[in-house]
Design a binder for this molecule. Structure first.
Ligand code: 5GP
Ligand code: SF4
Ligand code: MG
Length: 464
């Protein structure tokens, strides 16, 4: 999971705007940040660094950078692989000119592509799947960079949203299955491309539309031209977890407000799994919108009874369990007065390993709480994601290993219930066959373009 941003202007410099756009997308990745542009000598230039946008990049340097087109990337933290070589955009100057690519997603046929390319003499500089796209492009020296990019994308499978910088202009591309979000924005004659629409407001730009699955957009002095990839898919696979957890609540994805989807998930949870309690609380921030929906539906007050330390980032993927646990303890802490002798419903968006719920509930127990009911605004996460979210393998997923009763006991709740898959989909409000729900139900997109379930091929042909 990552955040990508691109900007093009016919008459002003945009590198600082890319910096600001990345800051608005910071929730999508905190491991590293980078910005790339083409300099006056027709060479690719970039600044990349580890950490948050303001730590990794210098706003004042970017403000002085004379680039009318630029792209940027924030990278999501993954266990063990925290190093500068993995920071994006990945950049190269090849036979046909400069190129920079920033990628959100995960290619599922990377190993095959890499083997084929290495047999043709390619030398990979990193272990990143994004480099395969660059290599496929560079292996077509007789085509223009943009045509070569279109051909390269016809070869790759899996999840990608890309912003690419070529001499021909700024390019934005979304895979034919539409796993990840990508939006087009505009302010005057300037164009912007962002993983989420929330990045436009900071720049005073307005949302124009989503980039469509299978669409490749070229932005330059001719304006915006739209191209279609030669492969299409009737069945779309937009990531339902974007609505559950990943995206920012003020973003609108595929016409659906993330805030409203989460609020509705909470309401449906109260209808299907309601329980008597004095008040509703959330695990902030990820559970807050659903908890508000739950409270509204149940007619029980919402109390901000679990406090979040604002100065700690996302704790989910830290290399060891001990560090993760310490992270949760520093990040979340209950108000003892609110829990003492009272019954509460605690709402979170998801249980992955069970670390957050177990630790927070044990802290609440120390407050001599009367009863604690845990409600989760998504279905149990039972399967890993191969499309760009770094969920652990099944061996680490609580719901893949243990029964509902065992998890309830382990986290120390009096009861535990999840939202059903149907309620989650209805709360999002998009047709079921336009969403990926693989981490909940094991229905994956096969490399041959068929839908594959954990039990075998489900027969759903997804190529037109
Ligand atoms: P657990 O503590 O059960 O392992 O993870 C659940 C918590 O992590 C929830 O509060 C949820 O908001 C958050 N979470 C769920 N999935 C992800 C993810 O893919 N990345 C990050 N950073 N956090 C996640
Ligand atoms: Fe999103 Fe889950 Fe599908 Fe991954 S498997 S793309 S997290 S819905
Ligand atoms: Mg959380």
């Amino acid at each position: 999971m990552c955040g990508i941003f691109g900007a093009y202007s016919p008459d002003s410099f945009v590198a600082e705007e890319v910096y600001l756009g990345l800051a608005a997308l910071q929730h999508r990745g905190q491991e590293s940040a980078g910005v790339a542009w083409i300099d006056g000598g027709r060479r690719i230039n970039s600044i990349k660094g580890m950490g948050l946008v303001h730590e990794a990049l210098s706003q004042s340097v970017l403000a002085k950078t004379p680039a009318k087109a630029a792209i940027g990337h924030v990278r999501y933290s993954t266990a063990g692989a925290s190093m500068l070589q993995n920071a994006q955009p990945i950049c190269a100057n090849y036979a046909k000119g400069p190129v920079a690519i920033a990628h959100n997603g995960n290619l599922t046929n990377f190993e095959e592509l890499r083997a084929t390319l290495e047999n043709r003499g390619a030398i990979f500089q990193s272990t990143s799947d994004t480099e395969a796209i660059l290599q496929l492009l560079a292996h077509q020296p007789r085509r223009s960079p943009f045509d070569a990019l279109l051909r390269a994308l016809a070869e790759v499978r899996g999840a990608y949203c890309l912003v690419v910088l070529l001499e021909e202009g700024l390019v934005a591309a979304r895979d034919p299955w539409g796993f990840r979000p990508l939006a087009l924005g505009k302010r005057g004659d300037n164009y912007y491309v962002a993983s989420e629409s929330c990045a436009f407001s900071l720049l005073g730009a307005s949302f124009v539309r989503d980039i469509e699955p299978g669409e490749v957009v070229l932005i330059n002095s001719d304006g915006v031209t739209s191209h279609t990839l030669p492969i299409t898919s009737a069945r779309k696979w937009f990531c339902s977890f974007e609505y559950v957890y990943f995206a920012r609540p003020d973003s609108v994805l595929l016409g659906r407000s993330v805030y409203r989807a989460r609020h509705e998930m909470g309401k449906r949870l109260a209808i299907s799994e309601g329980v008597d309690a004095d008040f509703v609380a959330a695990f902030p921030d990820s559970g807050t919108n659903a908890a508000l929906g739950y409270a509204e539906q149940a007619g029980i007050p919402f109390e901000a009874a679990v406090v979040r330390n604002r100065y700690v980032g996302r704790t989910f993927i830290q290399p060891t369990q001990k560090v993760r646990e310490l992270g949760v303890r520093i990040k979340l802490s209950p108000c003892p007065e609110l829990f003492r002798d009272r019954a509460s419903v605690l709402v979170d968006d998801s249980i992955v390993r069970g670390t957050t719920a177990g630790l927070v509930i044990s802290m609440i127990r120390e407050c001599r709480s009367r009863a604690l009911h845990l409600r989760i605004s998504s279905p149990p996460v039972r399967y890993p994601c191969f499309y760009g979210i770094d969920t652990p393998s099944s061996g680490d997923l609580a719901a893949a290993k243990y029964s509902l009763d065992d998890i309830t006991r382990t986290v120390g709740a009096d009861s535990l219930r999840y939202l059903s898959r149907e309620d989650m989909i209805n709360a999002i409000g998009l047709p079921p066959d336009s969403l990926c729900t693989a981490c909940f139900d094991g229905n994956y997109l096969g490399d041959d373009g068929k839908c594959v379930t954990s039990k075998g091929a489900c027969g759903g042909e997804i190529f037109d």
